[in-house]
Design a protein around this ligand. Sequence first.
Ligand code: XBP
Ligand code: MG
Length: 253
Amino acid sequence: MTRLRALIFDVDGTLAETEPYGHRVAFNCAFAEAEWDWEWPVDLYGELLEVAGGKERIHFYWQQYRPDFPTPDNVEELIAKVHKAKTQHYQKLLAKGAIPLRPGVKRLLTEAHTQGMRLAIATTSALPNVHALLQNNLGADSLSWFEVIAAGDIVPAKKPAPDIYNYVLREMELESQDCLAIEDSYQGLNAALQAGIKTVITVNDYTKAQDFSGALLVLNHLGEPDLPFSILTGDVAEASYLDMALIQVMGNW
Ligand code: XBP
Ligand code: MG
């Protein structure tokens, strides 16, 4: 018999609106610091999100949008250096409190943790970014809520490949049917579904037009008692926010 044993959260776009106000801004700071004449506006960044991973995104932009930009022999080393600077800028933004959690995230995490539900993270973003987001928004102790934080280059193939989810399942010794993933993008949904994990989507401005076929539920956010969610796909009867009881019903656990 299957039973819900773990919630696995994506980070960027799911826990917080990190992409437009965090990662994008940090990339631009790092480009300016490196004296590159690159600037990623909000709309273009939405297109670049097609490529998961910061280093991979820089590489893609360089090849596709700026083939004119001088390419040195040590290009990968240079990208890694600029990406490292970007990570530092991103952490400074988090420390300033520039990126709050999305509605319902703290409530659901707290409820799940209090119930003893096993928790994990599966993200494309670099590990220090995940630590900083959690610690700045949920307190220093919050890292210990998560049994596994699978992040960044820990697997070679990033989302939409299922590798990061398979890694979490292996580390936690769990079967896919006993877990729920919470994601915001079709790349994330595909990664989770390919690993056999049921998925709830909370969309954002960058992802709201994407195809979420196969998701258990598609919402505008997780909702709060005083801030009901809107349902894009799925049937939740009278519910107005996602809590552990609704997750059990939706997943047929
Ligand atoms: C989000 C991403 C990341 C961030 C940048 O993935 O694609 O690449 O944009 O992070 P997810 P890094 O939603 O799966 O977390 O620069 O640290 O790679
Ligand atoms: Mg995401």
